[in-house]
Design a protein around this ligand. Sequence first.
Ligand SMILES: C[S@@+](CC[C@H](N)C(=O)[O-])C[C@H]1O[C@@H](n2cnc3c(N)ncnc32)[C@H](O)[C@@H]1O
Length: 372
Amino acid sequence: MTRREDLRSQTDYKSDPHTRLKHAFYRRYIACWMGKVLQGRWAKPGTIIDGFAGSGMYSDGLDGSAIMTAKLFREHICRPNFQPLTYVTNDLDPRRCEALDGRMKGLPLDDGIQHVPVGPKKFEDIVGEVRQKHAPRGKQALWIIDPYGLKQIPWSIVSETVTVPKNDAVITFMADEAHRYRTNPAMVSVMGSLYGDDSWKNVPDRLTTAQSKAALVKLYCDKLEALGCHTSSFDVDVARRYTRYSLIFATHHQAGLECWNSAKWSADPTSGRGASAATAFQPSLLEPDIQPLIDDFRKRIGVHDFTALVSRAQILGHTEPHVRTALDELFREGLVVRLSPATAPKNSPWPATCRIRIFEAGPDEGEDGGAS
Ligand SMILES: C[S@@+](CC[C@H](N)C(=O)[O-])C[C@H]1O[C@@H](n2cnc3c(N)ncnc32)[C@H](O)[C@@H]1O
């Protein structure tokens, strides 16, 4: 037994710094999800399913994901407008289920949130029933899938959680483990179960560790996209190793991406890629790297609504402010003009309602945009 396994054999165990980062990321995303899903004219009651919920608390006092989210609901600035939330929890460990139940009951009363404990069971054994009872077609649901390892998330089960529109998922994908398993003959069946097929065998052999992890994460996202989802990921680096795990996000709705992208650029203001506990959510001296977005816009010659450009940017993992910065840059290069409205304040030339023309760069227009 490793020391880590020994610790984890206790009901509550000590949190790692990266657990705090993961929770800060969850908080950011879930607060936004609640604000979008649970309030407004068309809002309906929603469900969060915390499939690997743990005990609700770490031995050093950090709230577990379920307690953190239940508190977040109660303390959310928009709480008075919220539709009810059903919070379904499960864990394989009966001691953790019991501890979590007690801790949920110990929170201040709030009629708007109903805790539904369904464990102790394997995640794969609760999905069908939970879907039927708490996340049927048409209900807005968020699945938090946060296992210790890859063996607990067979593709057949994960794919079932995200096939229905309005079901979003945040999946902890152990990229380190997938990278090691990929070349271990004893793990062929685990990898087959993780991806649901042999596609992972096509990841090229001679990649660096970082490239291999990135390829495995991308392949997983591609498979989710084949089910009709938008996806994105955020890498969690641990002990100077890039991408110990990735938080992989799947959603059917652009609004979901808006929340996710905002969380990832807050956590990593320079690249939106990933962070370690030491670097996350720190202000950066560097500007955000939006070059891929600028390059994408360069190819979109023609007339566009600003909102359509924002949609495109969200799919590429960017945010609305990035669109404005990209347009500023292309305007400086002489490649963009605002068609309407005819006038706009000097300090906000790209209002949300504007229409824009993007021009093709001439052959002689280099980096500085052919000044004459
Ligand atoms: C990474 S911890 C979860 C931490 C929790 N989500 C949080 O952020 O506070 C993983 C949990 O999954 C539970 N677990 C392990 N195998 C499982 C399975 N097959 N199904 C459901 N839970 C499982 C463990 O008991 C453990 O509490």
